[in-house]
Design a protein around this ligand. Structure first.
Ligand code: ZN
Length: 354
């Protein structure tokens, strides 16, 4: 595979794709997500730059996810502006080239926040909803779930559903994560999912900024697990039962999480999985029950009572994932462009459940 990775420019030439190669999968899905950003920004431009981001890889655009802005200005002054938030791409191998058994048929890519676009107000509203774990009911999330459900049912998927892939960056990674969970929970379809800089809401980044030593973090985490374990036996018992069933259903879904060590938006996932693993080694029984719970559940009457809010759960509480960590000391740690570099050096760890 050959990809031009000049900063900001689109990929120029493609020779052959090895769909078994995990690095090539990363580069291609990252480029398609970039295509979803550029397609939205092309709306206001004469020159259309977006197609180069998918045509080089033999994809064609077959559908877009357009959502009305739900920001406070649109709500008060209306009418709502519509923005492109996601794109459905179909992979059509070049003539004479047989379809690779591991190749996707469709990739659905979701863009993240666009600071220099009018969509910023709607994007920031959603980012706030993610911070409060209230994103599940926002229309961009619900429309994305609807779109992918329709696509999977029309795509003649096998029992795994692996002909449809999901990808997203930042806010878009939150959407892809929500859709992937929904497909696994509802339909039992295990869609390959590529999440670039997915937001993780926790106190871990603050601890890192304050320079809390690793040993202290481990002890605090284990102490916190003991508290959660106790709560799971008492006040959060209904929530624990519900989340254990959720983990059971989701455990075979292994999304690819691409995180940068310096990116405070997503680096909570590093601590989340590394500390969970250490707790599993030290106290497996405690870790098994505590890992399904979040302190924020205490603020949620549904969690304590066990009623309502059945599907949203705690989005960041993933039973399984492959975590790809970029530790490069240079560059913007949250930008998408780092992920389509073919020679990127990453460390990876597979976390499985239980
Ligand atoms: Zn708006």
């Amino acid at each position: 595979m050959m990809v031009n990775t000049d900063c900001g420019s689109s990929p120029k030439k493609m020779i052959e794709i090895d769909w078994n190669n995990l690095d090539q999968r990363r580069c291609i899905t990252a480029c398609l997500v970039k295509g979803s950003y550029v397609l939205e920004s092309d709306q206001t431009k004469v020159t259309q730059l977006a197609p180069a981001w998918w045509q080089s890889f033999h994809f064609r655009r077959i559908d877009v996810l357009e959502c009305a802005c739900e920001c406070v200005f649109c709500k008060i002054f209306g009418p709502n502006t519509w923005f492109i938030c996601g794109v459905v791409f179909e992979y059509v191998p070049p003539e004479g080239v047989p379809r690779h058994p591991k190749a996707p048929r469709y990739i659905v890519a979701f863009r993240g926040t666009m600071p220099r676009d009018p969509t910023i107000f709607g994007d920031m509203r959603l980012n706030l909803r993610i911070l409060l774990n209230k994103q599940h009911l926002c229309s961009r999330f619900s429309e994305a779930r609807k779109l992918v459900r329709q696509l999977v049912s029309s795509a003649d998927c096998d029992s795994t559903g692996s002909t449809v892939w999901l990808a997203g960056h930042s806010l878009g990674a939150s959407i892809a994560l929500d859709v992937g969970r929904d497909m696994m929970m509802g339909e039992g379809f295990n869609l390959p999912t590529f999440l670039f800089n997915p937001p993780h809401v926790s106190l871990a980044p603050a601890a890192n900024v304050l320079g809390v030593p690793e040993e202290a973090k481990r002890d605090v985490h284990l102490g916190s697990y003991l508290v959660k374990h106790a709560m799971g036996k008492t006040i959060l018992r209904p929530q624990k039962k519900k989340m254990e069933a959720v983990f059971e259903k989701l455990s075979s879904w292994v999304p690819e999480l691409y995180v940068h060590q310096r990116d405070f938006i997503c680096n909570g996932y590093i601590d989340h999985f590394e500390l969970r693993k250490q707790a599993q080694e030290r106290c497996p029984r405690v870790a098994k029950s505590a890992a399904t719970l979040a302190y924020r559940d205490l603020l949620h009457p549904c969690a304590v009572s066990g009623f309502g809010d059945k599907k949203s759960g705690r989005q960041h509480l993933l039973p399984s994932a492959r975590l790809w960590k970029n530790s490069n000391p240079e560059g913007n740690a949250h930008e998408l462009r780092q992920w389509w570099h073919p020679d990127l050096i990453l460390s990876s760890n597979l976390y499985s459940w239980p």
